[in-house]
Design a protein. Structure first.
Ligand code: 5AD
Ligand code: SF4
Length: 451
């Protein structure tokens, strides 16, 4: 075992993936080396997710099994970070005394310091006047694609955090309690980070936030404190020399502005792909969820997005079996699927989260009914995804390669579809090639390289 080595296990969303990269970089700057497994590491960090009960259960069961690993290796320090850490705080130490440190979502930048100075073993304060610390990725080398913090594999698509937290308080959601109020990152820091990544060979950037459309609303993001919108940020990021593809996630439909829709007409490297979580097809349920839009306004925005970029691939999130959901409400959800024909969707059974408004509602839907509805929903979505993917057969698409084996490569289209490509010439990860699509599956496409 290395003297100072770490291993991070990440659960949950892209924000957590990015936070793990930041923790890895911070530890690297303080002399820690990344190990390949838990057994190798002197510090084990679980970066946790509490969005649904299942995700949280996984964390506690892994923590339980780490008790034995620590018995074998008493010098191992165990740290719990992320949303479960933020929400459960000291309770984790009481339930799992072998845990050495619990750090909240705003404390990740101080991880090396906290590991060495652990009074009280918790750092979980959530501040409303929090400023995202200036943070620029460490470059491992000037070779293309090596702007990697945390591991040394070449990656050509990278996440960049632009804001944290959420002010919306959808009634089912734990995020406003685990990530605090909305805080936007300085535009200068964002542009610097993107430039650094692109200069080192990164081709695609995904801007991250719980609700990117509110960027710049809750705190001034330029030194002059001038209003600065998400649409303006997209323009400025897209103009960075060498950036080929730009994406973002996630957007609340209520804040999807005309200015943002117009970006899809004017910004050439903004990819025609939009993740727009709707959560339910029923206005009654949307109201109980505190989503602040109706299905009609959602559909208007969808239609305008498609009018601006007809090749737009839309995806969504759906919660099945929210408290009070009737057969009729669920029919509306199924109807919405057929109306929009999403390219893909992430669907979940509603799960009670402690402290949320929905957890206190008393007309919960029976587990069995939730499961049946979820199955019907996912079956129909799979059919639609396959039909949507079939529309690409015969078309020639641009593919950014992620991995290349002797005769087959894997990459993504501008619409974020995975393509397995039969190669006809030399190709390397990070290259853009053209592929003619000849086969469609539910979750990926197959094509032949066009020279
Ligand atoms: N139960 C089920 N799904 C949830 N999500 C958020 N909170 C809950 C919950 N309590 C889903 C939403 C959100 C996605 C990230 O997770 O669909 O968009
Ligand atoms: Fe949760 Fe709603 Fe905020 Fe999304 S917009 S993070 S669902 S509270």
């Amino acid at each position: 075992m290395e003297e100072k080595s770490f291993f991070i296990k990440t659960f949950g969303c892209q924000m957590n993936i990015r936070d793990s990269e930041i923790m890895a970089q911070k530890l690297g700057e303080h002399g820690y080396i990344e190990g390949l497994s838990i057994e190798d590491a002197s510090v084990v960090i679980l970066n946790t997710c509490s969005v649904r009960a299942k995700a949280e259960q996984k964390v506690f069961s892994l923590l339980g099994s780490l008790r034995k690993a620590k018995k074998r290796n008493p010098r191992m320090k165990i740290c719990v970070a992320g949303c479960v850490a933020q929400q459960e705080g000291r309770n984790i130490l009481e339930r799992m005394p072998h845990v050495d440190l619990v750090i909240g979502t705003q404390a990740i930048y101080d991880l090396p310091f906290l590991l060495e100075n652990m009074p009280g073993k918790t750092a979980i304060n959530l501040s409303d006047s929090y400023e995202i610390p200036r943070y620029i990725p460490r470059l491992n080398s000037q070779e293309p694609g090596n702007a990697v913090s945390g591991n040394d594999t070449a990656v050509f698509s990278r996440f960049v955090t632009i804001m944290q937290g959420c002010n919306n308080f959808c009634t089912y959601c734990v995020v406003p309690y685990t990530r605090g109020r909305e805080v936007s990152r300085s535009v200068f820091d964002i542009l610097d980070e993107v430039k650094t990544l692109v200069d080192s060979g990164v081709r695609e950037i995904v801007l991250l936030g719980q609700n990117v459309n509110s960027y710049g609303k809750s705190n001034p993001v330029t030194s002059g404190g001038l209003p600065y919108s998400f649409a303006r940020l997209l323009h400025d990021v897209s103009a960075i020399d060498g950036l080929k593809r730009l994406r973002f996630t996630t957007s609340n439909p209520k804040d999807l502005s005309d200015e943002l829709i117009a970006c899809f007409a004017t910004i050439k490297n903004l990819c025609p792909q939009f993740h727009l979580p709707v959560q339910s097809g029923s206005d009654t349920i949307l109201k109980r969820m505190n989503r602040k839009y109706t299905i009609q306004t959602y559909l208007d925005k969808v239609d305008r997005l498609i009018a601006v970029r007809p090749e737009m691939a839309l995806t969504t999130d759906m919660i099945i079996g929210f408290p009070g959901e009737t057969e009729q409400d669920f029919k509306h959800t199924m109807g919405l699927l057929d109306r929009v024909r999403f390219h893909g969707s992430f669907s979940f059974k509603y799960s009670d989260r402690p402290g949320t408004m929905a957890a206190a509602l008393d007309d919960k839907v029976d587990e069995q009914v939730k499961s049946e509805r979820l199955q019907l929903f996912q079956k129909r979505q799979d059919e639609i995804s396959l039909a949507r993917n079939t529309e690409y057969i015969g078309r020639t698409l641009s593919v950014l390669l992620e991995s290349v084996q002797p005769e087959v490569a894997r990459g993504r289209t501008t619409t974020n579809h995975i393509v397995h490509v039969e190669l006809k010439g030399v190709a390397r990860p990070g290259h853009f090639i053209k592929a003619e699509i000849y086969h469609a599956g539910q979750h990926s496409l197959k094509g032949t390289q066009v020279l």
